[in-house]
Design a protein around this ligand. Structure first.
Ligand SMILES: Nc1ncnc2c1ncn2[C@@H]1O[C@H](COP(=O)(O)OP(=O)(O)O)[C@@H](O)[C@H]1O
Ligand SMILES: [Mg+2]
Length: 364
């Protein structure tokens, strides 16, 4: 990624103000050619603003934007050579699939026969060949999404920019389209930037995930690196489903143990070297917690609820804070049962209670 020529899009110290509102704060982002990058974060965190700034639909207040090595700050959108893919119904309703596909070429003066050939080539790639004469209303949601994609592909853009393109599709189709978009990206050797509020979508589709909050990039990296080593409590709670549990914790006076406060005076001591002193927060992923089958552990928590999907069971305790555990298959326990829980020390994430920054495990 360090080689400039491998960078398709680069932003350095980018800020965006809407009047007094500071929507993007000092954004540094490098998008390698051929990569699939997801921008993820809660609603209003600035994902669309960042994407639209790349496209030139918003002007940036300060900083620099480079596309394929060229500074693009003041270049109009149509000259940036990027394709925005919107939700499926941004199609022209009165045009057939073929007309939707050829439109952008025709307005740029491409000859009719040549545009038709280009449309046929793209349609063959995206599986639309048999549907060229149909109108958008005669297509399924997935087919419309493919037309929207094809309309972008036909322009051979330097990168595809997606803004929550699947949010209007039903759950099953959404899962299918994720795979289809990713496969198409790979087949075309494209560069893609994909905005979503759905961390599962980001994790499953992208090579590189950028987590945003309130106009700031909180963390970026490979999906599983974010899962394994979240830099702060926010990223820890945002990445992973069901969400990580957080409980107050302190380091033992011996500097070798971590004491988790599970409410009602119950403390789970874990063998984990950590400097004593400041208040801590421990993060426990539901999938890392285990129910001690012997029931002999020191911790006793009442089960408040059990939700089963068949493949998994989600067990919520009545403790404060409540704790969610996931087990495979059927639940071994029922509401009202008392359980004892445990976790392997290396699976516990530790954060400073005040700054919420990650604290690394001491070694040796
Ligand atoms: N044109 C605008 N004028 C003023 N504020 C805006 C404008 N567009 C977006 N914002 C504000 O900027 C913030 C980020 O918006 P947006 O990028 O759309 O968030 P996201 O896509 O992550 O949901 C929000 O608080 C939003 O209200
Ligand atoms: Mg948005």
């Amino acid at each position: 990624m360090s080689n400039q020529t491998d960078l398709q899009i680069a932003l350095t110290a980018v800020n965006k103000h809407y009047g007094a509102y500071h929507a993007l704060k000092n954004i540094d982002l490098r998008i390698a050619k051929g990569s699939f990058v997801a921008l993820v974060g809660p609603s209003g965190c600035g994902k669309s603003t960042l994407l639209r700034s790349m496209a030139g639909l918003e002007s940036i207040t300060s900083g620099d934007l480079f596309i394929a090595g060229e500074r693009m700050n003041n270049v109009p959108p149509r000259k940036r050579d990027l394709a925005m893919v919107f939700q499926s119904y941004a199609l022209y309703p009165h045009m057939t699939v073929e007309e939707n596909l050829t439109y952008s070429l025709r307005i740029r003066g491409v000859k009719k026969a040549e545009a038709k050939k280009a449309a046929e080539d793209v349609a063959a790639t995206t599986g639309l060949s048999g549907l060229m004469g149909r109108y958008p209303r005669e297509l399924s949601g997935g087919q419309r999404q493919r037309v929207a994609m094809s309309r972008a592909i036909i322009r051979h853009p330097k990168a595809f920019l997606f803004d929550e393109p699947l949010s209007n599709l039903d759950a099953a189709l959404r899962v299918h389209m994720r795979k289809e978009i990713r496969a198409l990206h790979d087949r075309l050797g494209a560069t893609s930037v994909y905005v979503t509020h759905d961390q599962i979508e980001a994790m499953t589709m992208a090579d590189h995930v950028v987590v945003m909050r309130q106009g700031i990039i909180e963390q970026q990296g490979a999906p599983l690196d974010l899962y394994d080593r979240p830099v702060n409590r926010f990223v820890a709670g945002f990445i992973g489903s069901p969400a990580m549990n957080f409980v107050p914790a302190v380091a033992g006076d011996d500097g070798r143990s971590l004491l988790l406060d599970l409410g009602e005076g119950q403390r789970l001591a874990l063998d984990r070297p950590i400097a004593a002193g400041r208040p801590l927060i421990a993060g426990l992923r539901p999938e890392h917690l285990v129910i001690d089958p012997t029931g002999a552990g020191p911790i006793r928590l009442r089960v408040a609820a059990v939700e089963s999907t068949g493949s998994n069971s989600y067990i919520t305790t009545a403790s404060k804070p409540e704790i969610v555990l996931v087990t495979n298959g059927r639940s071994p326990v029922a509401p009202g049962d008392m359980i004892t829980i445990g976790i392997a020390p290396q699976h516990v994430h530790v954060f400073d209670a005040e700054t919420e920054a990650r604290i690394e495990m001491l070694t040796g």
